[in-house]
Design a protein around this ligand. Structure first.
Ligand code: ARG
Length: 606
C-alpha cells in the first residue's frame, strides 16, 4: 500500500463535503504531504490555506471543518491544527503495527502492482561499439537498468533496447586500419585487442579533433576512413564482410562490462539494424509532406514544425534536422525515426523512454515531434536525460581516457578501494572489542566486487539524475554515510542478527508475530518500512531512481536509531524480541529489494 495515497484517500470525501464547488481545479489532495518535521506528526494536510482563500474563509476555520468532517477511522489519530491552518496527522500505532505485520508476508513488501500496467520501451546504454566507451554511456546503462527494474517491479511490461552505435565512422576507421596496418598474428590471437589497437592508432593520425564525425574534412586520413564508411553503407561486399567479421569482437569488448555491472539488456538493435529501412523512411516522409528537399539534402522541420527560411528566423528558431545529406548519406536522425517506427510497430508501447545525456535534448525534441506528425502518436515519448560526470576539478570525467579498458580498471579501482576501506573498518571494529567474522579470500573477493561496483552505481543513482556529479572514488567507497557499502553492510547486519541468535527467518515471513511499537525508534522504523511503496512509485512516476536511494538513506538512519535504542536478541520480553526480530528481518528485506531496484547486489555476510 502506498501510505501517502492511503492518507490522501481518507481526505477525498471530506474535501468534497467541505467545499464541493472548489474541487475541480486545484489539487488539494496533493497538499497532503509527509510531515516536514517528524515532531509535528507523520503527514500534514496543507490545503486549508489555499481553500480558505478560495472560499473567503479563515484557514484555521476551514482546517477545523475538515477535521470535523473526517469520519472516524482506525488509521489516523484525531488531527490537530497548527500555525496558519496546517493539519497535523499522526498514524495510529495499532494501525502501523498491523500494516507492518501485513507486509511481512508479502514478497513485494507492500508494493502493489500498478492497476493499469503499461508497456515501456527503454532506450539505454547505446555505446558506440569499437570505440572507447564514453562515461555518458555508463550513466545511461546504470540509470536505464534501474528504470527497467523499477518499472518491472511495479508490474509494467518493459522492453530494454540497447541502440548500439554499430554503423558509424568508427568502422571506417577499423576497416582502413585493418586493410593497411593490421598485425595478422595479433588479430588471430586476440581480435578484440588488435581492433582496439587499430582504432586508437588510426584515430591518433587524425589531425583535427572535434570535427563533426562524418562532416566535411580536409584531413586526408579521416577522409579515407569516411570513404570506407560510405562504402560500407552502400553495401560494398568487402567492407560489409569486414564489418561482419569485426562485430563479434566489438560486442565481445562490451560483454564483460555488462556482466560486471550485472546489466541484462533484452534487445540490442543497433544502428546497423535500421540501415535497410532508412531509404523507405525518407521516401515516406517526403511523400507525406513531412520532409522537404533543401539544397540537395532532405530535411525535417524543427519541433515547432518550422524550417527557418532566412537569417532572422535562423537566429530565433531551432534548426531543422537532416534526414539525407547531399552525398546521399543518412543520419542519426533518420535512424532514430526508423527506430521509433520499428518500436511502435513491434511492441506497441505506451511510452518510449530515452536514457541519454542532456546534450542530445534538441535531437530528441525534434524527432519526437516529427514522429507524432508522422502518425506515431500513440506512444508517449520522454527524453530521460542526465547530467555529466565530472572529475574532481569539475572537468568532464575521463575526457581523454574513459575507454572500455579504462572503465574496467576503474571498476577494479573501486573494488580495491572498497575492500581496503571495508577491511580497515573491520579492523577498527575489532579494536573496539566487537566480534567480527573471519572471511576467506574467496568471500573477500566477492565482497570487493559487490561493494566496488555497488559504489559506482550508488554514487550515480543517489544524485538527482539531471545534475552533473563529481566522480570521486574515495567518497563513493566510504563505509559510512549515504553509500552503497553502508547499505550493504546494514543488510549484512540484519542477517547477522539471525545468525548470531541461530534463528530461522521463515516463520517471520509466513506467520509473523504481533508487532509492538513501544519505543519511538521502533515506531519511526515501522513507519519508514511502510513508506517503501511511496518511494518506489514516486521514483517510477518521474523516472528518478534517486528517490529510492534517498529512501534507503532515511531507512538506514531509522535503523541505526532503532539499533542504538532497542535490544533485539536480549529484548526485555520474548514478545518484544519476536517483534523486533520481525522489524530487523523487514529492514534487511527492504534494503535488499531497494538495492536490487538500483541494480546493486548484496552479500549475506560482511
Ligand atoms: N550512440 C549514441 C551516442 O553515443 C547514443 C544512442 C542513444 N539512443 C538513441 N536512440 N539515439 O550518442
Amino acid at each position: 500500500m502506498n501510505l501517502l495515497q492511503h492518507v490522501r484517500s481518507l481526505f477525498a470525501p471530506v474535501l468534497t463535503e467541505v467545499a464541493p464547488d472548489l474541487l475541480k481545479v486545484p489539487d488539494y489532495l496533493g497538499m497532503v504531504k509527509p510531515s516536514s518535521n517528524a515532531d509535528n506528526g507523520d503527514y500534514q494536510a496543507n490545503m486549508a490555506m489555499a481553500m480558505g482563500k478560495a472560499l473567503g474563509q479563515k484557514p484555521p476555520d476551514v482546517a477545523k471543518a475538515i477535521i470535523a468532517a473526517l469520519p472516524a477511522n482506525d488509521v489516523i489519530d484525531t488531527p490537530t491544527v497548527a500555525g496558519p491552518g496546517f493539519i497535523n496527522l499522526k498514524l495510529k500505532d495499532t494501525w502501523l503495527a498491523a500494516q507492518v505485520r501485513n507486509i511481512a508476508t508479502d514478497p513485494k513488501l507492500g508494493v502493489e502492482p500498478c492497476p493499469k500496467p503499461k508497456t515501456f520501451v527503454i532506450d539505454l546504454s547505446g555505446p558506440n561499439v569499437a570505440k572507447p566507451l564514453h562515461v555518458g554511456h555508463l550513466r545511461s546503462t546504470i540509470i536505464g537498468d534501474s528504470l527497467v527494474r523499477i518499472l518491472r517491479f511495479l508490474g509494467h511490461t518493459v522492453v530494454g533496447d540497447n541502440h548500439l552505435g554499430d554503423w558509424g565512422l568508427q568502422f571506417g576507421i577499423l576497416i582502413h586500419g585493418y586493410k593497411n596496418f593490421r598485425d595478422d598474428a595479433a588479430f588471430k590471437a586476440d581480435p578484440v585487442r588488435e581492433l582496439a589497437r587499430l582504432y586508437v592508432a588510426i584515430n591518433k593520425m587524425f589531425k583535427k579533433e572535434g570535427d563533426e564525425e562524418d562532416g566535411p574534412t580536409d584531413d586526408l586520413i579521416k577522409k579515407v576512413c569516411q570513404e570506407e564508411t560510405a562504402k560500407l553503407h552502400a553495401g560494398d561486399p568487402e567492407n560489409v564482410a569486414l564489418w561482419k567479421q569485426f562485430m563479434p569482437a566489438c560486442l565481445e569488448m562490451l560483454r564483460p562490462i555488462y556482466e560486471r555491472l550485472d546489466v541484462k539488456i533484452d534487445h540490442a538493435l543497433g544502428e546497423s539494424f535500421y540501415n535497410p529501412m532508412l531509404a523507405g523512411v525518407v521516401a515516406d516522409m517526403l511523400a507525406k509532406g513531412l520532409a522537404f528537399e533543401s539544397k540537395g539534402a532532405v530535411v525535417i522541420p524543427n519541433a515547432k514544425g518550422i524550417i527557418p527560411q532566412n537569417e532572422e528566423e535562423q537566429k530565433k528558431e531551432e534548426p531543422p534536422a537532416i534526414l539525407r545529406k547531399r552525398d546521399g548519406a543518412f543520419t542519426y536522425t533518420t535512424t532514430d525515426l526508423a527506430t521509433i517506427k520499428h518500436r511502435a510497430e513491434t511492441w506497441k508501447p505506451d511510452a518510449m523512454l530515452y536514457v541519454v545525456g542532456a546534450p542530445q535534448a534538441l535531437h530528441f525534441k525534434t524527432i519526437f515531434a516529427q514522429a507524432r506528425r508522422w502518425g506515431y502518436d500513440q506512444s508517449a515519448y520522454e527524453h530521460v536525460q542526465f547530467g555529466s560526470m565530472l572529475d574532481k576539478d569539475r572537468k568532464p570525467f575521463g575526457a581523454r581516457k574513459g575507454g572500455v579498458i579504462e572503465l574496467m580498471s576503474l571498476l577494479d579501482d573501486a573494488a580495491r578501494l572498497g575492500l581496503e576501506k571495508y577491511e580497515s573498518s573491520v579492523a577498527e571494529r575489532r579494536a573496539n572489542g566487537h566480534q567480527v567474522l573471519e572471511l576467506d579470500a574467496a568471500e573477500k573477493a566477492v565482497i570487493a566486487e559487490v561493494i566496488g561496483v555497488g559504489a559506482v552505481k550508488y554514487a550515480d543513482l543517489s544524485q538527482s539524475r539531471t545534475t552533473d556529479y563529481v566522480f570521486d572514488l574515495d567518497k563513493m567507497t566510504a563505509t559510512v554515510g549515504n553509500t552503497a557499502t553502508y547499505m550493504q553492510y546494514a543488510y549484512a547486519r540484519c542477517r547477522a542478527i539471525f545468525r548470531e541468535g541461530d534463528i530461522d527467518v521463515t516463520p517471520f515471513r509466513t506467520n509473523p508475530p504481533t508487532v509492538i511499537l513501544g519505543h519511538p525508534a521502533e515506531r519511526a522504523l515501522a513507519l519508514q518500512l511502510l513508506r517503501f511503496p511511496e518511494a518506489v512509485e514516486a521514483a517510477a512516476a518521474d523516472y528518478v531512481p534517486h528517490l529510492i536511494s534517498a529512501y534507503l538513506w532515511d531507512l538506514a538512519k531509522c535503523y541505526s536509531g532503532f539499533y542504538e535504542n532497542c535490544k533485539v536478541l536480549k529484548a526485555e520480553t520474548p514478545e518484544l524480541k519476536e517483534s523486533r526480530l520481525l522489524l530487523v528481518d523487514l529492514v534487511g528485506r527492504v534494503i535488499k529489494q531497494a538495492l536490487d531496484l538500483l541494480g546493486i547486489r548484496t552479500v549475506e555476510r560482511m
